[in-house]
Design a protein around this ligand. Structure first.
Ligand SMILES: Cc1cc2nc3c(=O)[nH]c(=O)nc-3n(C[C@H](O)[C@H](O)[C@H](O)COP(=O)(O)OP(=O)(O)OC[C@H]3O[C@@H](n4cnc5c(N)ncnc54)[C@H](O)[C@@H]3O)c2cc1C
Length: 214
């Protein structure tokens, strides 16, 4: 099991050690010249020239790709996560996903769990509107039977929500060069499993400086 934020920080520190420079800015406009991305303009007025552009803006990638004439099927879809306390000891328990979509995995001393929303899966629903009854009516009944040692002492101690960068076409990541724009690439739409794929995606097609294997 990985700590997603910890992994992100480790990659960030390594990139900085290798010479990468991180700037925090909200990209508003992608500027093109002769069929290539030339620069991006940011909300704070700054402009960054670009040899290449990688659109990896998670749930907010589609509006950027749209500026290059490409419609990405990636939308922000809210997912509630419940923090669970349970006396169950499940050494080496992996992420477990029920066929119904209910999932759980170890986190700290307990577990976290979630499932798809009930009803309409709307774009960009407010994060603070957590559906607490999801735990009582969907997740708890799925986990409370003696499955993998998780028993009736299971209770929710907290909840939070985030946006999946949801690929409405097939719920898989979209990776590669944008057709018709030689120096623009995308890496997004991982639909809630991006931490597992990010290291491979960063080494994948689109990098032009790597020698092809023999
Ligand atoms: C509730 C929840 C649970 C999850 N659980 C798991 C799990 O168990 N395992 C797993 O593998 N994955 C999980 N994920 C998915 C994982 O978090 C994502 O797949 C992963 O973060 C996607 O990485 P990313 O770099 O593509 O996008 P993000 O991590 O979303 O990063 C995109 C970045 O782009 C920035 N950005 C957006 N727009 C702009 C702009 N215009 N200009 C500049 N910057 C911009 C954003 O601020 C953000 O920092 C979960 C996600 C959620 C919401």
């Amino acid at each position: 099991m990985v700590d997603g934020y910890g992994v992100l920080q480790a990659f960030r520190r390594k990139a900085i050690a290798l010479g990468a420079v991180f700037e925090t800015a909200d990209v508003r406009q992608v500027l093109c010249s002769a069929g290539r991305v030339a620069a991006v303009a940011c909300a704070d007025g700054r402009r960054f020239e670009a040899d290449a552009l990688l659109i990896a803006a998670g749930a907010w990638s589609a509006p950027l790709a749209a500026q290059l004439g490409f419609e990405l099927p990636v939308r922000p879809r809210k997912r509630d996560v419940f923090v669970l306390a349970s006396p169950a000891a499940l050494p080496a328990c992996p992420l477990v996903i029920d066929p119904s979509g209910v999932w759980f995995r170890p986190e700290g001393r307990g577990f976290i769990a979630g499932c798809p929303p009930r009803g309409e899966d709307v774009d960009d629903a407010p994060l603070e509107a957590i559906d607490h009854r999801l735990f009582e009516e969907v997740i708890w009944p799925a986990l409370a039977p003696p499955r993998a040692g998780v028993r009736r002492a299971l209770r929710a101690t907290g909840a939070w929500a985030g946006y999946y960068e949801f690929n409405t076409f097939d719920q898989n990541g979209i990776v590669g060069q944008l057709p018709g724009c030689a120096n623009a690439f995308v890496g997004c739409g991982f639909s809630g499993h991006g931490i597992q794929q990010a290291p491979a995606v960063a080494r994948g097609p689109g990098r032009t400086d790597r020698a092809r294997p023999p």
